[in-house]
Write a protein that binds this ligand. Structure first.
Ligand code: GAP
Length: 514
């Protein structure tokens, strides 16, 4: 990570704490690694992201319904899903720093560095040749670029084979061959790579025996699979249809760093879309495009998103890609889109002895549906919004401000109600205005400090609009509205405010453009 970007992430982390977005969990006991609590502003932003996703999935698609399944599930579910045997990450330790890493991630990072080098070569050449530069030709013919490409392809192929064949020896050898150094100590003194299961377990009931061992779900998806027939039958759903769910998931991550990007206790927003066998690729493409549009409608910048096809397919998938986002630490996975075949339903049929099939009345036949899954981390969505919203600005008068340019429909508070002074009937008028808005919009009432200081505090938590109530308000029912991003101020009638907020802050306006 470049020094500058690392600084941005640090600033985002400390801003999130200072302004009540995210606190380290159990802070008075020195925290708990990779576990975080959401504060008063954080929970509002998080709830708004959930609502944006939930409304898009369940309201905008008449063939998708939601559920909320329990975190604890029958332990055999995790045997059937393959998680007991295959939900492992290869870990490797550096003997000098005593730090633990995911071996595959170290290798992927090394590949990303080679890709960056190619980009630099292209950039340099583009400058040198000016308008006559032909990028495609350059990439196909430049010796250095071709060398990097060859090495990237070889590395990817070896990584894929090692992961598929569970070949820990070759994974370690790849780390050695690529001369990967520990980012902390700079040393190349590595242990062997070994597999590590990521599921947390606990005991159910009062006797701690193996038979009572249950797992904290590592994905919400299995709660959907095991309820597939319940929902299909009671909801009279016809294939293709989807089931959506938002909920906690738990993973004992080997490397849990980068703030809320990789946590041990996090939330997922997942949707399983059940389709006719043979139609899964059509729906996979549909959901890829559809999910990208959902992300881009937020207006954080189209260039901040890209697709990344999976080289190493999970045990259940026949096609998979990520939607990556440009976080402060670079492009990283935000959402996964997977064509999961009929693996999960078939496996649950086998392990439970119950049929999980759909009767197609048109064809007069039963089949086990194929599944296309969309799975986005709620906390990662939160980080994508927060990190791209964080802006430091130098103002014309030489002062500086920090403003969170959060898309207004997601902002924790939509509007601040600010009586200019705490007397002359202004607080009462301000309260009356707030009471007329609070049914539809999260309002923030603030009457302490100068108006300038209050504006800055609202900028820092991303409140898109401030309404200042002054003496003139009492006479002519007008107020000053101040816009967060432009800092422009207008005088408007009190009864126009609701319409204006509605236009800028309603989630439905985002949904309309998708
Ligand atoms: N049901 C499929 C599944 O769980 P995944 O790619 O392992 O697939 C889906 O996870 C999404 O969940 C990821 O794209 C990411 O946004 C989020 N996620 C996964 N592990 C996470 C973690 N440790 N902390 C935060 N978010 C995580």
């Amino acid at each position: 990570m470049a020094q500058q970007d690392e600084n941005i992430l640090k600033k985002v982390v400390s801003h999130a704490k200072e302004y009540g977005f995210i606190f380290p969990s159990s802070e008075i006991y020195d925290g708990l690694s990779a576990v975080y609590d959401y504060g008063q502003n954080g929970v509002e932003l998080k709830n708004n992201i959930k609502e944006y996703w939930w409304q898009f999935m369940t309201r905008m698609h008449s063939n998708i319904v939601g559920i909320d399944s329990a975190i604890f599930m029958h332990p055999t579910i995790w045997k059937a899903s393959g998680h007991v045997d295959a939900f492992n990450d290869p870990m490797i330790d550096n003997k000098d720093s005593k730090k633990r890493y995911r071996a595959d991630v170290l290798i992927e990072d090394a590949v990303a560095k080679m890709e960056e080098k190619i980009d630099k070569e292209v950039e340099k050449a583009a400058k040198r040749f000016g308008e006559s530069f032909d990028k495609a030709m350059f990439v196909q013919t430049n010796g250095r670029v071709l060398e990097y490409l060859k090495k990237i392809n070889e590395t990817n192929a070896r990584l894929k084979a090692a992961m598929n064949n569970n070949d820990m020896a070759d994974l370690k050898q790849l780390v050695v061959d690529l001369e990967i150094t520990d980012p902390v100590s700079g040393s190349k003194n590595w242990t062997d790579a070994r597999q590590f299961n990521l599921m947390f377990s606990t005991d159910m009931g009062s006797i701690a025996e193996e038979a009572n061992k249950i797992y904290l779900r590592p994905e919400t998806a299995q709660g959907i699979f095991v309820n597939f027939l319940n929902v299909q039958k009671t909801g009279r759903m016809k294939v293709p249809f989807g089931i959506a769910q938002i909920g906690k998931a738990f993973r004992n991550e080997i490397v849990a760093r980068q703030f809320i990007f990789r946590m041990r206790d996090f939330e997922q927003m997942e949707m399983q879309f059940f389709v006719k066998p043979g139609e899964e690729m059509k729906w996979y493409e549909y959901w890829k495009e559809n999910r990208m549009k959902w992300h881009q409608a937020l207006g954080l910048g189209k260039e901040k998103y890209r697709f990344h096809d999976h080289l190493n397919l999970a045990h259940y998938a026949n096609a998979a890609c990520d939607i990556q986002f440009e976080f402060p630490m670079g492009f990283k996975e935000l959402e996964g889109i997977h064509s999961r075949t009929d693996f999960d339903l078939k496996s649950h049929e086998k392990f439970s002895g119950k049929k999980l099939q759909y009767f197609d009345s048109e064809d007069n036949q039963n089949f086990v549906p194929y599944v296309v899954e969309t799975s986005v981390g709620l906390d990662r969505m939160f980080l994508s919004v927060l990190s791209s919203a964080y802006t430091e600005e130098k103002l014309e008068d030489g002062s500086e401000r920090i403003v969170l340019k959060i898309p207004p429909p997601l902002a924790p508070s939509k509007v601040a109600i600010l009586p200019l002074i705490k007397k002359d009937g202004l607080p009462e008028k301000a309260e009356a205005i707030m009471n007329s808005l609070r049914f539809d919009f999260q309002c923030y009432y603030e009457d302490k400090d100068t108006i300038g200081k209050r504006y800055r505090r609202m900028d820092a938590i991303g409140t898109p609009f401030c309404l200042t109530i002054d003496h003139q308000t009492l006479q002519d029912e007008t107020i000053t509205i101040r816009y967060r991003d432009s800092m422009k101020q207008d005088r408007v009638k009190v009864d126009e405010v609701h319409k204006l907020l509605e236009k800028e802050c309603a989630i439905k306006n985002l949904l309309r453009v998708i």
